[in-house]
Write a protein that binds this ligand. Structure first.
Ligand SMILES: [Zn+2]
Length: 320
């Protein structure tokens, strides 16, 4: 799990609001004048007024603010059954996912955000691709942190749309309520990576040297985790997404290679590269093909695992 408050987040949120504001407003009017409208005229008036008054909070306010708007709608609109149908039309996610060159949509959100790797697993790329020769615009799935089936008003809310891989979104997260499973939110739980680390335990000598795969990988929350609640949230999120097992069972080869690389590149060697104008962060990035800085861990797969193993395995201990 990696936090995704990046330098681009705030500007992407502003673009999200600007891009959707007029589209939502026109969908509100279109629905009102359509034969498909479900709410009574009085209820629709209240619905329309509340949406227009709170559109910024719904689209780019923090999640708790958007949830409050949903509660408010359910209090003031009497026909809550039909409210869901009209909200689903106005904040329709399938329309947002369909690519229309001239209108802001999911592709633009993913592009402006530029979250390169799934924040839940830090394994799979979630990049966007515009392939002009094939007229294709491919962008990652967005997990609705609060599922759109239960919270349709949040279907297009910026902080409720987590760019994520298919495995995490479809096969693990699905439509569950995150509060029932005590899950971390990559947007609102900041600096997650500071509060846990992967640890490597070899069970034989070959595995210690990066030549065998008889080892175990654990994830430990750090004792400096600010609160017991955060520790519990980290533990339950890792268990929910099966991260430890996935890493340990499916990526033994990668872990072995990492150990070999670390053993071959001592701290002294990396420091000596400074003489050639190569900083520690640059040397680390070249050798381990990812970033060392916490705020850039979201850019490459396995960056947190690599950093923790790099820190844990001190190559000096392997020198004769
Ligand atoms: Zn994932």
């Amino acid at each position: 799990m990696i936090s995704i408050q990046t330098e681009r987040t705030k500007s992407a949120a502003k673009k999200h609001f600007k891009g959707l504001k007029d589209q939502i407003t026109s969908r509100l009017i279109k629905r009102k004048n359509s034969a498909d409208v479900c709410l009574s005229a009085v209820d629709y008036l209240i619905f329309e007024e509340l949406i227009n008054m709170n559109l910024e909070r719904i689209l780019i306010g923090d999640i708790s603010s958007a949830l409050t708007c949903w509660d408010t709608l359910n209090i003031f609109v009497t026909d809550t059954g039909n409210l869901i149908k009209d909200v689903e039309y106005v904040f329709d996610y399938s329309w947002f996912r369909g690519y229309k060159k001239t209108l802001y949509n999911g592709f633009d959100l993913a592009y402006y955000l530029s979250i390169d790797v799934c924040p839940y697993c830090n394994r799979n790329y979630t990049t966007s691709h515009r392939i002009n020769s094939k007229n294709k615009n491919v962008f990652p799935e967005f997990d609705h942190f609060y599922p759109k089936t239960d919270f349709p008003l949040l279907a297009l809310s910026f902080y409720n749309l987590i760019p994520s891989c298919n495995i995490c979104n479809t096969h693990f997260k699905g439509s569950i309520n995150p509060d029932d499973n005590n899950l971390l939110n990559p947007y609102t739980d900041i600096n997650i990576a500071k509060h846990y680390k992967f640890t490597f335990t070899p069970n034989d000598y070959d595995s210690l040297l990066g030549k065998g795969d008889n080892f175990s990988l654990d994830m430990n929350t750090l004792i400096n985790s600010p609160t017991a609640q955060l520790k519990e949230k980290i533990d339950s999120s890792f268990a929910f997404f099966g991260i430890k097992e996935t890493y340990e069972l499916n990526h033994k080869g990668l872990i072995k290679d990492l150990l070999n690389k670390r053993i071959a590149n001592s701290d002294g060697y990396i420091q000596s590269l400074a003489a050639y104008g190569i900083s520690f962060n640059e040397a680390y990035r070249i050798l381990f093909e990812t970033y060392f800085e916490d705020e850039k861990l979201y850019k490459r797969p396995f960056s947190k695992l690599k950093k923790d193993l790099f820190n844990e395995v001190k190559s000096s201990r392997f020198k004769p």
